[in-house]
Design a protein around this ligand. Sequence first.
Ligand code: JFZ
Length: 438
Amino acid sequence: MASFFGCQGGDQKIDEPNEETRMDWWRDARFGMFIHWGLYSIPAGEWKGTTNHAEWIRTTAEISLEEYDQFLDDFNPVEFDAEAWVKMAKDAGMKYITITSKHHDGFGLYDSKTSDFDVMATPFKRDILKELADACEKAGIKLCFYHSIMDWHHPDYLPRRGWEKNRSTEGAEFPRYVDYMKNQLKELLTNYGEIGVLWFDGEWEDTWTHEEGVELYDYIRSLQPNIIINNRVDKGRQGMQGLTAEGNFVGDFGTPEQEIPDTGLPGIDWESCMTMNDHWGYNKNDDNWKSSEELIQNLVDIASKGGNFLLNIGPKADGTFPQESIERLAAIGNWMNVNGASIYETQASPFEHLDWGRVTQKQINGGTRLYLHVFDWPENGELRLGGIRNEAIQASLLSAASTQLTIRRDEDALVIELPKISPNEIDEVIYLDIKGEP
Ligand code: JFZ
């Protein structure tokens, strides 16, 4: 496969599984759940009167290692129910879950034999990832791990954060940290079944190099040859941009964060990750929730540009999801129940900007099914789609496939007559079958 702008996997080597097969499930899935959970959910974003913290709290509130370690004694999420979490993801229409096996604070959500800073050192003493792996397996959801390269806890990790001047670096050896991380990853890729994605992060610090990134990529693929790895493993990102600069960098997909690229990027796999409010980890003071409508339209917008949507939940310290998140997942699920076919296994829109909404498409029986996502219902009841020369076969509401809509041709445009009022204000989907390609 030719090198392309964005990112490029290690798939150019022979004797590796074909990339088409390896990426297939992920490309079809379109929608996943991100979970940021760890010790930081205990302070819930608040520290000594300041309230704008989350999973970075150890750094943003400048908490010493000793003080942070005390959260171990308080981590006891007795309400945690892996099957309930997986059910909420599945009912929302999500096909995979990407959870923080370890975030920057260094705390592991699983039983790690190589670390004392893990869930087994808390009163909870249950392997959260094992329980999730079992629940995911049962439900047919792919489990994926977010794993931070940066580690603020391990004595051999360098550099220290700027404010941690007093924490000694004496005797610290970065290569020993890399071995530790690899041993942890080996546990994660050996004891939890097939893992869908390894979502690395924190690769931007000076200590991490391109060579280490390539080696880590190859190491992960040697443990699970079919796994998909994001682009935050190598040094290819431009600054904090989610996509990789041009060049020879490993990574299977780009990771735009809290944004949706204006146009799709043909030939590049990408996944936008996004929060429902303004924090990844749980912040009890953050009420800036996006509406369900905005989240559904984001999912559609992303699918119409050929990307995946990784929507975040920051569970609370008791092991439950915030109520606002639960409500939004349910609303998305209601919409996906009716309209999932317009998201899964679809490709990017063949059209440039449309005033009224977005388009996704699928090849069906030698023709094309276009899914017209109408965000703004036309007042004159006519939906206009320009630039289609091929013959239309039929158009229907996806929510009521028996309703045939009248289609007429107006030069190179197809005009579809719609009901006067949209059956679904958020996004009513019409499918339009045409002969050949649009
Ligand atoms: C990272 C983490 O530091 C953060 O805590 C969270 O896990 C998030 C998903 O990823 O933060 C980043 C990484 C990249 C960008 C911004 C924040 N970026 O590309 O703009």
